[in-house]
Write a protein of this length. Sequence first.
Length: 226
Amino acid sequence: MPVSPEPVIRVLDDPQRACAELLAEQAGRGGSIVLTGGSAVAPVYTTASRLEPNWRKVTLWWGDERCVRPGDPRSNYLLACESLLDRLLHLPSQVHRIRGEAEPPAAAAEYDALLREATLDLLLLGLGPDGHCASLFPGSPQLDVDDRLATWGPPGLEPFVDRVTLTLPALRSARRIVFIALGESKADAVAAAFGGEISHDVPASLVRLAEVPVEVLLDRDAAASL
Ligand code: 6PG
């Protein structure tokens, strides 16, 4: 296994604020930003929209999407609309929504083709309690997809709907990779992902094989087992 750069871990009183600030800075500079789903990021996106209301220079992507309609409460696109896009003064020049309403293989193939033309500047990722990130779940065959930038598969955790997800080569290609994890329920996953061996059992740890060091924003509870 190639040597990977050490994760840059920041244990903060307010990791969501820190994440919002780096997101707003990137939005002000422009480029391709990849959003995540999950419970940690709605406040991040809302604060970022206040810090930087002009996203005209941004091309927006998602790291994964549930295979549901865009108006479905489980949609990561809807999460971003409600917490970010609906609050901006100027929308991103391009919004590449993963078409969750389409057949998963078609939606994944479409996104793969779009991603081939892209350079990802900032990738945001959450961390599941099982160590998953995006919709790459422990032991899943999607972890071994290395000839495409997007793929699809069944869920490993709720909500139990199929997912479209960026693959590890796509995630690792980002110029900047930032994880955010909050709360004691993530402490073991954080320790495994960023303090343990790189392993298929912990998909987030596999992102550490990127050329850039992954940055990890934690509160004290999530960092408790490091
Ligand atoms: C999703 C996310 C997923 C999420 C983690 C953490 O589609 O659900 O992309 O990867 O980031 O599951 O989510 P929580 O912060 O809600 O635990």
